[in-house]
Ligand binder design. Structure first.
Ligand code: CP
Ligand code: NVA
Length: 303
């Protein structure tokens, strides 16, 4: 059974093809072309954490492709506490055609995937956010024609969003540079995974954000405190304050640079209003691309 627990579930060619298909689906949706890929199919959305974009874009994608979705809050269906993850999955195998999971622990996704006879899609875990990365790469492709050869600079935490994007950039031949305070960069085990999957990946780190942005095509940021890390908020606010994406930092980057953020943004923390609402920001187009990228993911897994 094919799953999408992380970008490592795809080959490099499949990822490139996924982006081409997402672009085609976006154009087709603009023309309101009929799409029945999900006809008579039901997708379950099992969420342990809040969500706007992931939930709504999946529900809209499934509806536009002629299928149905069920929103199943994890607390309600008892994920991992009312019965084992495996028994949960073995039951869902009989009701659903695919399942999207948003969870705290990445191992929740992989444990379910192990016994699932339906495709499992990671809608965010502590380790990865591959649906986001697919939409991010689609956005880079739209801005510059192709992802290959571009320099993507991520200012902030080496978190789930940064990891999936770094992996995707490595797979597609873009340079990825992380600018994080020391202690918040990528772990060695993660960089080895990237190198295993994309041996020629250009993965860099630069703790000085001013140096980091010099040759950027894309500046990307995300919240400093991810869901589940709330107790670290005060400490993180202090450590990350030099990494704010503001007009001053933006002025150090090339004029053609575009600004991305996975959203939701903590305005005034990792990004200022001026930058987020400024002419270089494509954050809402990027959010829109979740819909098209996820249609391509569903198609790849279910067609
Ligand atoms: N970017 C993203 O995944 O947004 P939500 O948390 O609102 O789903
Ligand atoms: N890094 C953030 C992303 C939210 C879409 C989090 O995990 O909370």
């Amino acid at each position: 059974m094919r799953h999408f627990t992380d970008l490592t579930d795809l080959t490099r060619d499949e990822l490139a093809q996924l982006l081409r298909e997402a672009a085609r689906l976006k154009a087709a949706q603009k023309r309101r072309e009929a799409n029945d890929t999900m006809a008579r199919r039901v997708v379950g959305l099992v969420f342990e954490k809040p969500s706007l974009r992931t939930r709504v874009s999946f529900e809209a994608a499934v509806a536009q492709m002629g299928g149905n979705s069920l929103f199943l809050p994890a607390q309600e269906v008892g994920l991992g506490w009312r019965e084992s993850l495996e028994d949960f999955a073995r039951t869902m195998n009989h009701y659903l055609d695919a399942m999207v999971l948003r969870v705290f622990k990445h191992t929740t996704v992989t444990s379910i995937a192990k016994v699932a006879s339906i495709p499992i899609i990671n809608g965010l875990s502590d380790a990865a956010h591959p649906c986001q990365a697919a939409a991010d790469l689609l956005t880079v492709q739209e801005c510059f024609g192709e992802v290959k050869g571009r320099t993507i600079v991520f200012i902030g935490d080496g978190n789930n969003v940064a990891r999936s994007l770094a992996l995707g950039c490595g797979m597609l031949g873009a340079k990825f540079r992380l600018s994080a305070p020391s202690g918040y960069g990528f772990e060695k085990s993660f960089t080895s995974t990237v190198r295993k999957h994309a041996p020629d990946a250009k993965l860099e780190s630069e703790t000085d954000p001013i140096k980091a942005v010099k040759d950027a095509d894309i500046l990307y940021t995300d919240v400093w405190t991810s869901m589940g890390q709330e107790s670290e908020r005060e400490e993180r606010l202090k450590k990350f304050s030099p990494y704010q994406l503001n007009a001053e930092l933006l002025s150090q980057a090339p004029k053609h640079v575009k600004v991305l953020h996975c959203l939701p943004a903590h305005r005034g923390e990792e990004i200022t209003d001026e930058v987020m609402d400024g002419p270089q920001s494509v954050v809402f187009e990027q959010a829109g691309n979740r819909l098209h990228a996820q249609k391509a993911i569903l198609e790849l897994l279910l067609k």
